[in-house]
Design a protein around this ligand. Structure first.
Ligand code: N01
Length: 500
């Protein structure tokens, strides 16, 4: 059977995939489908349901600029609120009919004869002339490499795959990891667990959380005078850009924030000075993701909560033994050990012109042009691709900028009757040389920590080493001469795309 042929396939219905669907529709490209493996939209905000999960970026900025929500109940939203926002965006923008829920991508291979991506999905085969991956970076859980983890007899749960049937009341619970997810989940677990052991390898810098409930007045103001919400967003953007400026050019200035974090620690644990050193990082603030909490640090003052800083040696059926020989008996193990991030989850499944996957080409150290297009992978757009993450700010801003560039490519294809477009290899190379040069002075390389921002070869492959505004400027300046294209007239005649 001939597979259905469509103009564009989008993989994922999180912020980036939905953003792509909305951008396509608004730009008049109606022939597209979105494949989403989950039963609803949301991406990471659908997957992550662990207790305490909320965004650490203010919602007025962590939302589409063209779809403001005047009704955020809190300034930093919990995950459910964000998922509902995305659902409303999908409904209001009319993209739901384009989404095929419960369908996952197994493989996407460029087919030179069909001049299209041949997609093998859990729901059959598809031909798509253009492919947009919106598969995010924080998807596949990373499990810790600790001897005997498989032998643990109790329940093991990763924060990103929370099991709500888990009854933790009165149980002895161990949490491995003290990153952004753990810092949110630990205070919640402490409320119910009988005993809580937190296994910390590296402490995080924790700053006071400025979350608050929004007032009826400000919500009315935002609704009535949208300019006030735009002003609020602009103010937060500037504030974040100052953070980006410091992270990328003057990391030393973060000493002030380190002092605030130390002050916060002392205030949160005034009666436990013996814990202060253990909870104080020895690397520059910003080197790892900065965390925000008014509850995490004080949790260690509770009598049933223990901070374990001795390294873990082995896990057995009943608990974890640490280097000092102490055995910590546990009923449940919670893994807050993060994600496999340096490569996009789809990288192993996307096969380019020469038969190699993105993963093969990248070899653990990915690069793209503007994080979005890759030489040798025609008509492919990788949202939240290499170097599109941020030290401070909102990735939604980055997604929108990537979409401006992607839509400019698609428009150029239509205007100039092009069958394929991809970046020139030399342009992509020069861009990445520049990205790596700019990365040299950043806190991520010089801050004295190890983080998921860096690949094994030490390159910064996740974060954009400049202002969000600089990325927006680069992506807006679309230049067809930076790309290799094939005129549509040069490729063999093919069936017209079938509208969906
Ligand atoms: O994961 P992480 P996360 N033995 O990788 C430790 C986003 N996010 O899920 O630092 C012992 O940050 C590891 O220790 P170390 C956000 O972008 C956003 O918390 O490597 N420990 C670390 O403490 C964030 O950056 C929100 O020494 C081990 C922890 O596990 C990203 O998600 C909320 C270990 C992993 O921390 C990931 O955050 C939550 C081992 N073998 C998350 N292996 C928002 O609010 C790992 N660790 C938007």
């Amino acid at each position: 059977m001939t597979p259905q042929r469509i103009r564009t396939a989008v993989i994922g219905a999180g912020f980036s995939g939905l953003g792509a669907a909305i951008a396509l529709r608004r730009a008049g490209h109606h022939d597209f489908v979105v494949l989403e493996r989950s039963p609803d939209v949301g991406g990471t905000w659908w997957d992550n349901t662990y207790p305490g999960c909320r965004c650490d970026v203010p919602s007025n900025l962590y939302s589409f600029s063209f779809l403001p929500n005047p009704d955020w109940p809190e300034t930093f939203s919990p995950r459910g609120e964000i998922q509902r926002y995305l659902r409303r965006c999908a409904e209001d923008e009319g993209v739901l009919p384009h989404i095929r829920f419960g369908v996952s991508l197994d493989r996407a291979a460029w087919d030179e004869d069909a001049v299209a991506w041949r997609l093998q999905t859990s729901d059959g085969e598809l031909l798509a002339e253009r492919l947009i991956t919106g598969t995010g970076g924080l998807v596949e859980p990373k499990l810790p490499e600790i001897d005997g983890l498989d032998s643990f007899a109790g329940r093991v749960v990763h924060t990103a795959r929370w099991d709500h049937s888990l009854d933790l009341a009165g149980k002895r619970v161990g949490v491995i990891g003290t990153g952004s997810s753990s810092i949110q989940v630990i205070p919640e677990l402490a409320k119910v667990a009988g005993h809580l052991d937190v296994f910390q390898r590296t402490p995080a810098w924790v700053l006071p959380h400025m979350n608050r409930r929004t007032s009826r007045l400000e919500r009315a103001l935002f609704r009535r005078f949208p300019v006030t919400q735009r002003a609020d967003r602009a103010f937060t953007t500037v504030y974040m850009e100052v953070g980006n400026l410091i992270m990328t050019r003057r990391p030393g200035l973060f000493r002030t924030l380190e002092a605030i974090s130390r002050w916060h620690l002392k205030r949160q644990l005034p009666d436990h000075p013996q814990l202060h050193a253990k909870l104080t990082p020895d690397y520059r603030l910003g080197c790892k993701r900065i965390t925000l909490s008014n509850h995490y640090l004080r949790t260690f003052g509770r009598p049933h909560v223990e901070l374990v800083t001795e390294g873990m040696v082995a896990v057995d059926a009943g608990g974890i033994t640490t280097r000092d020989g102490v055995r910590h008996e546990l009923d449940v193990l919670v893994l807050g050990t993060g994600f496999q991030v340096t490569e996009m989850p789809a990288a192993a499944r996307v096969v380019g012109r020469d038969g190699r996957t993105l993963q093969d080409v990248w070899s653990g150290s990915p690069e793209a042009y503007l994080g979005t297009t890759v030489a040798g992978f025609p008509n492919l757009f990788t949202l939240l691709g290499p170097n599109t993450g941020l030290g401070a700010g909102s990735i939604v801003t980055m997604i929108e900028a990537q979409l401006d560039y992607a839509v400019a490519c698609l428009d150029a294809m239509d205007t100039h009757r092009l069958a394929t477009i991809e970046p020139r290899e030399d342009v992509q190379h020069a861009f990445n040389v520049d990205v790596q040069q700019r990365s040299q002075g950043t806190v991520w390389l010089s801050g004295g920590c190890s983080s998921w921002y860096l690949a094994d070869d030490g390159r910064n492959v996740t974060l954009w080493p400049d202002l969000m505004a600089a990325f927006e400027k680069r992506t807006r300046a679309f230049d067809l001469t930076e790309h290799v294209t094939t005129p549509a007239d040069d490729v063999a005649a093919r069936p017209e795309p079938v509208a969906v």
